[in-house]
Design a protein around this ligand. Structure first.
Ligand SMILES: *Cc1c(COP(=O)(O)O)cnc(C)c1O
Length: 368
């Protein structure tokens, strides 16, 4: 079976460096909030073009603590996409606010600024666009709406480390950017991890406090916080991965270009599209088709893995039934959840493997 992603292959290429780095951490005797975390935060901020970066326990906390740091909570509304991983909306709920969904665009799958504008009420405090599958959302339009209504904008960049919008890195395009280092993300570690980027010093200081029990000075607590820190071991691993992320993303782009060329004239399957003013770093490579079940079965028979991102829109999740949404509320997102499926995409996908996948997809298209 050709897997969707091959993490073992990826981490094996840097196994020796990781073992050495982990040994160094063991020998240092310093395992939480030590020098590697500081170094990673400094290097990530430099690379992403923000004044600061704060690492956390995971990407969900990055979103939730950022919302909280901006004072967003009970009684507030945050506008986001119904077509994303559950954690995006979950973080809004965790912060005590209400997620308000706005539909996405059919071609790029990111939140539609015109739909966002329609959802603004007197309770709206923030917009939370998602750079879905590795493609930046329409940030200029979103920032313009936010400016007009005095709203905070937080980027969910969990799937898009290293993507650019008009020459600027995601994570630097709004008030704050949130990242996940979960193993399957483009930049991931051997466990959980997350990060916030921001150039707002006060917000950065507040998130630093929140991640460590609301404390700046040990055993003195100014607020009720969390325990959400990135371990030194993961910081050490991520410092190694950071040296490779550009190559890895470039390899994803190269493979995606092969796919795009090969799939440009298919009749029954549509390859993903990218707007010319931004880069897509293909966290996932998804094809769109009307008969998805048949496509998934066809590829399964040829030992090619597929994945469905996402089979159930957030407004239709049972956890959100109290919000009162129904089928038909977000037709574009609902259609995408019926029609998209991912095919294998990762930096270590072999050319021979990709050729097998391309041939199978083309054969399927001809037979339909
Ligand atoms: C992975 C992901 C998250 C959550 O990150 P975790 O590190 O798993 O908590 C949030 N939003 C999006 C879009 C994601 O893909």
């Amino acid at each position: 079976m050709i897997p969707l992603i091959n993490l073992k292959r990826q981490f094996t290429t840097i196994e020796k460096e990781i073992v050495t780095a982990v040994n160094d951490v063991i020998q240092s005797g310093n395992y939480i909030l030590g020098p590697r975390v500081s170094e990673l935060e400094k290097k990530a901020a430099q690379r992403l073009g923000t004044a600061d970066a704060i690492t956390l326990g995971n990407g969900t906390d990055a979103l939730a603590l950022t919302l909280e740091a901006f004072g967003i909570g009970s009684g507030d509304e945050v506008i986001t996409s119904p077509f994303t991983f559950f954690a995006t909306a979950e973080a809004i709920s965790r912060a005590g606010a209400v997620p308000v969904f706005a539909d996405v665009t059919p071609d790029f799958f990111t939140i539609d600024p015109e739909e966002v504008a329609k959802k603004i009420t007197s309770r709206t405090k923030a917009i939370l666009p998602v750079h879905l599958f590795g493609q930046p959302a329409d940030m200029d339009e979103i920032n313009a709406i936010a400016k007009e209504h005095d709203l905070i904008v937080i980027e969910d960049a969990c799937q898009a480390f290293g993507a650019f919008y008009k020459g600027m890195p995601v994570g630097s395009l709004a008030d704050a950017g949130c990242f996940s280092f979960f193993p399957t993300k483009n930049l991931g570690t051997l466990g959980d991890g997350g990060m916030v980027t921001t150039s707002d010093e006060q917000i950065a200081a507040k998130i630093r406090k929140l991640r460590a029990h609301g404390s700046e000075q040990k055993y003195y607590h100014d607020m009720i916080g969390y325990n959400s820190r990135l371990d030194e071991i993961h910081a050490a691993i991520l410092l190694i991965c950071l040296q490779h992320i550009e190559d890895w993303n470039n390899q994803r782009k190269k493979l995606a270009n092969h796919y795009n060329d090969a799939f440009s004239d298919l009749k029954t399957l549509l390859p993903p599209r990218t707007k010319p003013d931004r880069t897509h770093i293909y966290h996932l490579y998804c094809l769109k088709t009307e008969n998805r079940d048949q496509a998934v079965d066809f590829l399964q028979e040829r030992r090619i893995s597929t994945g469905i991102y996402y089979p159930c829109c957030l407004h239709l999740q049972s956890a959100y039934k109290d919000l009162g949404y129904k089928h038909g509320d977000f037709p574009v997102a609902e259609q995408l959840s019926d029609q998209l499926f991912a095919i294998p995409m990762h930096p270590f996908l072999g050319e021979d493997e990709q050729q097998i996948i391309i041939s199978a997809v083309k054969e399927m298209d001809e037979e339909r």
